[in-house]
Write a protein that binds this ligand. Structure first.
Ligand code: PLP
Length: 377
């Protein structure tokens, strides 16, 4: 097997037999010849040439048997959960889930008769303590949003597999460049490909990669839910994935440097970044990640998130993450606004917390922008 960067560039690329172009051709057809063969090709059946090309690349990058590409991260996540959970089933989720996933559980699970428990932490003992007789799925997210807590992926995979429970991880924050959970024993790896996989803040997409037998079941449910991605966006995603290793490596370097810079700054109370030796789960992160990613968060002493963000000039307050540009957000005013002050306190989200999605700019320019904003704080 080729090394990771080579797979980013080449895995899954379609051979252009007709015109000998170097890139995968784009097939926009929704109708493909059908006379008497077994299978119909149709975009909603997740089997068009462009879907297969991208799925093959993602499976290769995640070291998984198969992958499927969807129209959003939530399409991938909801399809996976509804494939394995039905009436009277139970699932265990870790604390600190992505807001959309947590809204999905709150709103949809109860109506469909699915029970779930949110563990009191991301620790394997706390996840295990939530298991019931009807637990079918354990779902984790590492690093988590926005406090960058780390789950011991291999320990969770071993604990769940022993009990015959399916394990799912949301690997969006790490990207396959930094972390390949299938190698650590996780059954299914989901992504918001809107983030690092797409990487340019201009496409919405999702993916799941994992074990063949489970992927076949997800495929059947996927056909019914209809969350497939169109050929044009698939082609953009394929193009983005070719450079993901270069982008994420630069992002890792910039984030590490900014984390150290902020950690030493007198106006910063706390920095959450798994690459810092002071991070409580640094050892686990160093064991399971090859890079620490581009997400970090910090608390500014005595200035709430909104006013600090207004002082930044280069770094833009924006939603989402994983693009080329460094952006910031104030979780207390965005993703965790609905919790209210007490809810946020229980989750450890300070009003002064700032989350950064670090981009590929020159790190000195990023430091200078943070420095001038902090001088005003
Ligand atoms: C954005 C995000 C999602 C949801 O993905 P969409 O592409 O917006 O549907 C899921 N998990 C994580 C960690 C995310 O950041």
């Amino acid at each position: 097997m080729h090394k990771f960067p080579t797979r980013c560039v080449h895995a899954g690329t379609m051979k252009d037999e007709l015109k000998k172009g170097i890139n995968s051709p784009i097939y926009t057809s929704t109708s493909f010849e059908f006379i008497d063969q077994e299978d119909t090709v149709y975009p909603r059946y997740l089997n068009t040439p462009n879907e297969k090309a991208v799925a093959e690349k993602i499976a290769s990058l995640e070291a998984a048997d198969n992958a499927l590409v969807f129209s959003s991260g939530m399409a991938a996540i909801s399809t996976v959960l509804f494939t394995f959970l039905g009436k009277d089933d139970h699932a265990v989720f870790q604390k600190g889930l992505y807001g959309g996933t947590s809204h999905f559980l709150d709103r949809e699970f109860q109506r469909f008769g699915i029970a779930c428990s949110i563990a009191s932490s991301q620790k394997v003992e706390d996840l295990e303590a939530c298991i019931q007789k009807n637990t079918k799925v354990i779902y984790i997210e590492s690093p988590s949003n926005p406090l960058l807590s780390i789950t011991d992926i291999q320990a969770v995979a071993e604990m769940a597999t022993k009990r015959g429970i399916i394990t799912v991880i949301d690997n969006t924050f790490a990207s396959p460049v930094n972390q390949q959970p299938a190698v650590l024993g996780i059954d299914l790896v989901v992504h918001s490909a809107t983030k690092y996989m797409g990487g340019h803040s201009d496409i919405l997409a999702g993916a799941v990669a994992g074990k063949k037998s489970l992927m076949e079941e997800i495929y059947q449910t996927g056909l019914n839910f209809g969350g497939s991605l169109n050929a044009m966006t698939l082609s953009l995603l394929e193009r983005s994935l070719k450079t993901i290793h270069v982008r994420v490596e630069r992002i890792n370097d910039n984030a590490m440097e900014l984390a150290h810079f902020l950690d030493l700054h007198p106006k910063i109370r706390q920095v959450n970044y798994p690459g810092l030796p002071s991070h409580p789960d640094h050892e686990i992160a160093a064991r399971q990640m090859t890079g620490f990613g581009g997400m970090l968060s910090f608390e500014v002493d005595g200035q709430d998130g909104i006013s600090f963000q207004k002082n930044l000039q280069l770094i833009k307050p924006s939603m989402s993450l994983g693009g080329l540009e460094t952006i910031c957000s104030s979780p207390a005013h965005t993703s965790h606004r609905h919790l209210g002050p007490e809810g946020r306190q229980a989750e450890g989200i300070a009003e002064e917390l700032i989350r950064l999605s670090v981009g590929i700019e020159d790190v000195e320019d990023l430091k200078a922008d943070l420095e001038q904003a902090l001088a005003l704080a």
